[in-house]
Structure formats: C-alpha cells, structure tokens
Design a binder for this molecule. Structure first.
Ligand SMILES: Nc1ncnc2c1ncn2[C@@H]1O[C@H](COP(=O)(O)OP(=O)(O)OP(=O)(O)O)[C@@H](O)[C@H]1O
Length: 311
C-alpha cells in the first residue's frame, strides 16, 4: 500500500527517468530530480524546454510515458494527494461570468476542509477588486490576482505556478512575491514557480530546476549551485580559451576587447592572474542558458532517493 504520510522535511516531488510525449515527440526525456518539501523552487528554461509540461504532469494532468513521478509521497494524481496540490497554469482558467465573490465561493465548495477564505479575500481586497465585479470584465493582471487567490485559498502543500507574474505591474509583482514568500514561510508550502524573469528569482527562490531540451540541466539548492561556479575576469590574447581553463568546466565565455569574462565550474584553483567572484543567480542562469551542452549538475538533495525507474 502507498504510504501517503506527510513527512516534514520530506520530498515534495521526485522524478526518476520521467518521460512525457506529445504524439511522437518527447517534451520531457529521462528527467530525474527531487524537490524537498518547504522549498521555493524556480523552474527555468528556454521556450519549449518543457516547463509547462512538467508542471502539468506534476499537477496530475497528462500521463508520463515513462519513468516514475511521485508527488507529496504518493504516485502522481493519487486521490489522497490531489487536494493538497494547487496548479495555476499560464492561461489561468476562470469562469468569466462568475463574479469575484462567486469564484471564491466555488473555491470554498471545491476544497472542503482546506479552504482559507480569509487568505483568499485578503489577496482580492489588496487589489481593490470589488467582490461583485465579473471576472470577464477584469484586466489580465486583475484576473491573475483572482487566480492566485484561488490557489492560495486552497492552502496547498504544493503550489505549482506557471509564469504567474507575467501580466502583473511591477508593484503588484512585488506584493505577490512577498505574499508567496509569506505563504512558504508560514505554512511550509513547497512552491514550484516557472519564470523567465531571472532577476526576480534571486532572493525569492532557494531551489532551482533548470530544464533544457526536455532534460534536467541543473537541480538543487540555489546557494550550492551558485557556490560551485565562479565569474572569472582577466586579460586574454590569442584564439580560444586560456590553457589554464582546460582543467575546468567553462559554462560560457565572452571577450570584450582583450578582457575575457567567463562563468566557470572550477575543479580547483585556476592558474594565472584572474579576478574571480561568485555569480548572481541571474549570471549563472544566463550562462547555462547560453550553453546547452554543459554537463548537468544535481546537488545531493536533488538526486532521487529511490533509484531510477524503468519505463
Ligand atoms: N499540446 C501540445 N501538443 C504537442 N506538443 C506540445 C504541446 N504542448 C507542448 N508541446 C511541445 O512540448 C515541448 C515543451 O513545451 P512546454 O510548453 O512544456 O515548454 P515551456 O518550457 O513551458 O515553454 P515556454 O517557455 O515557451 O512556455 C515543446 O516542444 C512544445 O512544442
């Protein structure tokens, strides 16, 4: 029998050899990773990398073609875990004829025993949305607020957000980000947040999944992943990279005049006169997005615990 006991400090999502196909083409291929509970996890990758596909299969929509996927300790889509997962897809489906108040009432009816009306109303009130306004008459950003209120009101253990901030103005983004952080801190909610706005992830997310071409390229604690990379700057002449770099993994490098700036995963000290510093999360992500062939890196906490599954 499947053990669905919620273990604090346990595993929110674990995939081993996960593959998802649309007709004949793979959207996700051989993905193995783990997201521990209580993390705010950034899900990053270029267009078409598979971020939305991954969020939707974690939400229990669509069936993996191969591998194993566990969510909150049970097999994906299990009726015991479904109520504990909230998923906000990119197109934020809402009923346009419902009022804001109707929408929250629907949330309450669909989530008996879990619904937090006060939290949902707080979010809606902060945007000055009249309860009797029809959802179809709201702006895109206002609809996003209602959709987020529905997701938060569900009091999920796992909150899956697909580019939630895309149509919010900068002040509302800040407010929503703060609300997300409070939610995660107060209720130990695990949040997986797909986003292209790299600068906004820094300081918000403490965990990272970087996808590329349907595969995992980086996974683990932001601090650890940033900590094993260096920005290396110095003078360099001649073609190609300096010989001193050969012993290291060079993620990306660019020349400006005679100045070389590289993001490197060093295997030890780098010989020569180089200035080195820790990259920001944005530096790290940009470097990896520019270099799709760099070998993947998973920190120990991001390795699946129970081995890789066969199809
Ligand atoms: N409904 C679908 N039918 C067929 N192929 C699909 C479908 N949805 C996604 N795909 C394909 O699966 C791959 C992954 O798409 P997905 O939407 O998951 O990427 P993404 O990382 O979320 O992209 P974006 O950043 O543009 O939102 C792409 O090659 C895409 O063309």
């Amino acid at each position: 029998m499947t053990d669905l006991t919620y273990v604090p400090g346990g595993t929110a999502v674990e995939a081993a050899g996960l593959g998802v196909k649309y007709r004949r083409s793979w959207a996700l291929r051989d993905c193995s990773f783990r997201v521990p509970t209580g993390r705010v996890c950034a899900l990053v990758g270029p267009n078409g990398a598979g971020k939305s596909t991954l969020l939707s299969v974690i939400a229990g929509l669509g069936r993996p073609e191969s591998g194993r996927l566990e969510v909150l300790g049970g097999p994906v889509g299990h009726r015991g875990t479904r109520p504990r997962v909230a998923y906000l897809p990119q197109d934020k489906p809402l009923y346009p004829r419902f009022t804001v108040a109707d929408t929250l009432s629907m949330g309450r009816e669909l989530n008996p025993g879990r619904w937090d009306q006060a939290a949902a109303e707080r979010l809606v009130r902060a945007g000055n949305l009249p309860p009797h306004a029809r959802v179809g008459a709201l702006s895109a950003g206002q609809r996003t607020r209602v959709a987020l209120a529905l997701a938060f009101g569900k009091r999920p253990d796992l909150l899956l957000l697909d580019e939630p901030m895309a149509d919010l103005d900068p002040l509302v983004r800040h407010e929503m980000t703060a609300a997300l952080m409070d939610e995660a801190a107060e209720h130990a909610t695990t949040i997986v947040l797909a986003s292209h706005v790299l600068a906004e992830l820094d300081g918000v997310c403490d965990y990272l999944l970087l996808l590329g071409g349907g595969r995992i390229r980086l996974a683990g604690e932001v601090e650890d992943l940033v900590g094993v990379h260096r920005v290396v700057v110095g003078r360099h002449e001649g073609p190609g990279l300096p010989k001193a770099f050969e012993a290291h993994t060079v993620v990306s490098a660019r020349m400006t005049g005679r100045q070389l700036t590289a993001v490197v995963r060093p295997e030890g000290p780098i010989a020569g006169r180089w200035e080195t510093s820790e990259p920001t999360l944005e530096d790290l992500l940009l470097a990896h997005l520019r270099a799709p062939d760099v070998p993947p890196l998973l920190t120990p906490s991001a390795e699946p615990r129970s081995g890789r599954a066969a199809a």
